[in-house]
Design a protein around this ligand. Structure first.
Ligand SMILES: Cc1ncc(COP(=O)(O)O)c(CNCCCC(=O)O)c1O
Length: 453
């Protein structure tokens, strides 16, 4: 097996090009090796193996070039191997790769915290602590809330995803694949119904009021508000299927928490850092969370997570109580600084809004002609279609799997989501060209048309 050619730093050609069967021979060789070296439960949605990526494409080991509608699950928002990220990370690792911020601190960590404190919603005094992943950041948001309130309980929602560590797995809703076989889970985690307008039993119009009534019952009558440290919610649920709560619901929940001294945590790991056309999805609802969690797009592909929030809450953790060997690694911090620079310099918040508007228009038109599309939803460059059996609302996960394969064979990478596995979600890099975006939507249009014929 020849070594993978490392590109000379140039971005790959911004074209869709299929040269071989999918997967091609080199990907199949790698799959063979994987079968021997990796555990069976470690699965990938794509059958091809990457050799290069950038702009709006991913190039595989056989030279096939795919339009990227996944961004590595909402991570390479500013583009894969984004030039400013590469430049800053290269400079950083040539200077020093790691010293452990708990041992020998460094400026890039502080600079990232200053950036997040500045852009996070609210004009109150804020602090930021850095971690390595979204799960770790969510774990620590709970620690901060417990230290501040002296309370144990955590409230989460149906369809939520917060991570794969023991605490965050306990907060995550879906059993398979995230929780199955891994219990027992942590105590004092409670789940409230999420107003999922498309699937709310008594209809979308009643969803917010009825879900809120359930939340009141859970917190005030069952758990006891005085026991609840924090409530955590994704402003738009990611793995749950890009569920956008009814307008106003998040504000009601935030006010509800504030009235009871419950720390309101927005998990913006998937929605944050420009993905929805604002720095944070919370902004679309004029929401000011007590704590906001970010990761994924924060560092453009380098592992970094963060908790940003009210200084009085963040300062409540005892000295030395929060940390980690790699937390806020300098290379990841350098990448994050490049992400902030790129989003500002290249007007990517506006670009996300434009991408979202274009995708929504195109997908809504497809939905008119294809009865498999039950709903088109999302914000900014975070758009999804929920697929159902025509004429019903019965989830059609098989349709998502078939369409995913259809798209991959034609050079478009997509991702699935949803409690019922019946959501096809689109998370293109904000650096994707209009041409590639249109070409990718064209493949989807043909795929839906084939289902309607
Ligand atoms: C809202 C929200 N909170 C937290 C997390 C967890 O972030 P980590 O960086 O994957 O730990 C996510 C990660 N979502 C992608 C998971 C991929 C997979 O593990 O199958 C998220 O979306």
């Amino acid at each position: 097996m020849t070594a993978v050619q490392v590109p000379d730093g140039a971005q790959p050609d911004q074209v869709r090009r299929i040269r071989t069967e999918i997967p091609g021979p080199r990907s199949m060789e790698l799959a063979q090796r994987r079968g021997v070296a990796l555990p069976a439960g470690l699965v990938s949605s794509a059958q091809v193996y990457v050799q290069a990526a950038g702009g709006g494409v991913v190039v595989d080991a056989d030279g096939n070039s795919f339009i990227d509608f996944g961004s590595g699950i909402a991570v390479t928002t500013v583009g894969n191997a984004a030039p400013r990220v590469v430049e800053r990370v290269t400079r950083q690792v040539q200077a020093y790769t790691h010293t452990c911020f708990l041992a020998t601190p460094y400026e890039p960590y502080i600079a990232v915290a200053e950036e997040l404190n500045a852009v996070a919603p609210g004009d109150h005094a804020k602090r930021t602590a850095l971690f390595n992943t979204g799960s770790e950041a969510v774990e620590n948001a709970v620690k901060y809330a417990r230290a501040f309130t002296g309370r144990p309980a955590v409230v989460t929602f149906d369809h939520a995803f917060h991570g794969r560590t023991l605490m965050t797995m306990s907060m995550t809703a879906k059993n398979r694949p995230y929780r199955q076989a891994f219990g027992p889970f942590v105590p004092e985690v409670y789940r409230a119904p999420l107003p999922y307008p498309y699937r709310w039993p008594s209809g979308a119009a009643a969803a917010a009021d009825e879900a809120f009534a359930h939340l009141e019952l859970l917190v005030d009558s069952q758990v006891g508000a005085e026991s609840v440290a924090c409530l955590i919610i994704e402003p738009i649920q990611g793995e749950g299927g890009f569920i956008v709560p009814p307008d106003g619901f998040l504000r009601r929940v935030s006010d509800f928490c504030r009235e009871r001294g419950i720390v309101f945590v927005a998990d913006e790991v998937q929605t944050g850092i420009g993905r929805t056309g604002a720095w944070f999805a919370s902004e679309h609802e004029a929401l000011v969370p007590d704590l906001v969690v970010t990761a994924k797009g924060l560092a453009g592909g380098m592992p970094l997570g963060a908790v940003t929030g009210r200084a009085d809450i963040m300062d409540a953790a005892p000295p030395g109580g929060i940390g980690g060997t790699y937390s806020g690694n300098p290379a990841a911090c350098a990448a994050a600084l490049a992400v902030f620079e790129t989003i500002r310099a290249d007007g990517l918040l506006e670009r996300a809004r434009a991408i979202g508007a274009g995708m929504t228009t195109e997908l809504t038109a497809m939905a008119r002609d294809c009865a498999s599309i039950g709903e088109v939803r999302g914000r900014g460059a975070m758009i999804a279609v929920e697929l159902v059996h025509p004429g019903t609302k019965r989830p059609d996960a098989a349709a998502v799997a078939e369409l995913g394969r259809y798209c991959q064979e034609r050079g478009l990478l997509t991702l699935s989501a949803g409690t019922y596995g019946n959501v096809l979600r689109f998370l293109p890099p904000l650096t994707i060209s209009d041409e590639l975006l249109a070409e990718g939507l064209g493949i989807l249009r043909d795929g839906f048309a084939a289902r309607s014929s």
